[in-house]
Ligand binder design. Sequence first.
Ligand code: ZN
Length: 398
Amino acid sequence: MGEIQGSPVWDHSTDIDDNSTQHDADAVEALFETVCSTVERFCQLDDTNTNPGIVLAQSKPPAELYWQAVHDVVELSKVEKILNKSSFMHKGYKNRRGLIGACAALAWEPAVDSARRAPGRTFELIAYRDRARWGSERVWDPKSAAVLSNVIPTSFDNYDFQNDIPRILPHTPCPVLYGIRGTASGELPRALEVVNTEESVDRWVIFETNHASDDHIQPLQIRQFQPYQSVQLGGGVTSEPMVMKGGHTFFELKDAEGDRVICAAYEPTKQFRDVVKGLIPGDKIVIYGGLRGPNGSNGDLFTGSDQKVPTVNLEKLEILGLEKEMGKVSNPRCPSCKKAMKSIGTNQGYRCKACGIHVDESAAEFAPEARKLELGFYEVPPCARRHLSCPIELFNKS
Ligand code: ZN
């Protein structure tokens, strides 16, 4: 599963749920001490958002903890109860909330469900930098990320071709050189030959992950929405799309119960906003996206009131039905003399020059126009994708 300065790294071959495989207590203690001292040596405790947690377990915490963590908010007290009831070795630093993520990660088991479109798990090969390089600029050839999907067809999100942005390098001063995601772990090491960096890879490891699993998404009705959830919701478009300052684009959706939600495609979602701008009232769609925190309401953009209408930050949408869009074909004929009538001005109707008769806008001749959108899925480009969100190309692939 990896290499450290040329030496192979192996994963365990025993089932960690098998409680008969108890390891030597001294060895476990020594491992725990090694992990703690390594975290203490390298973590940046002066950062308010750094609150590490370490959990060492010889059996899994309940899977329900993972699902609650990925769907909702988990209180530290709940995790502490699990830790105290079990024999898990653990250590939390500062506000100790890192214990929640550590314990939830151990609780994770890839979902196996034939009805799922998204994979239950994917893999990521992480290549690390030599310590002397940490914090320095990464010198590399971004074009080498663009060819990865040809060399390793089971890899994904290497390069955003729509926006010409490579996706495999972090932009932080962390020890990671790059990360390659894929659905077949055995094919990932080929990336080491393809990604062209000035520095050599000091070490690499393949992780099993929930990236691209869509595990965060819950099918919910609007009246069930809670802050921070990610939701799947079917409904009808009830407003023309509205483009705000900065290019942020919004429309309103009503669900089967008649409740309303504001759907947002913010500027970083780039070309996805063109899809949203192509929607019209009456379109039947399913949206996928995240709700903001408890104070994250826009009010009601579409009535201008302060009423709190939830806003979903869209990740993707599926178009199930397209309303007929009617376009004007010609001006109306005068009901009296049958001559073509003249427009008085935008939305002011038509008048017959000869008879003086006035008719309103709707008297013109309309015919259905071709829609630019088709039925099916649309998604944000890779540069705007959250790591749990499943790219459409991976649907039904495993
Ligand atoms: Zn007339």
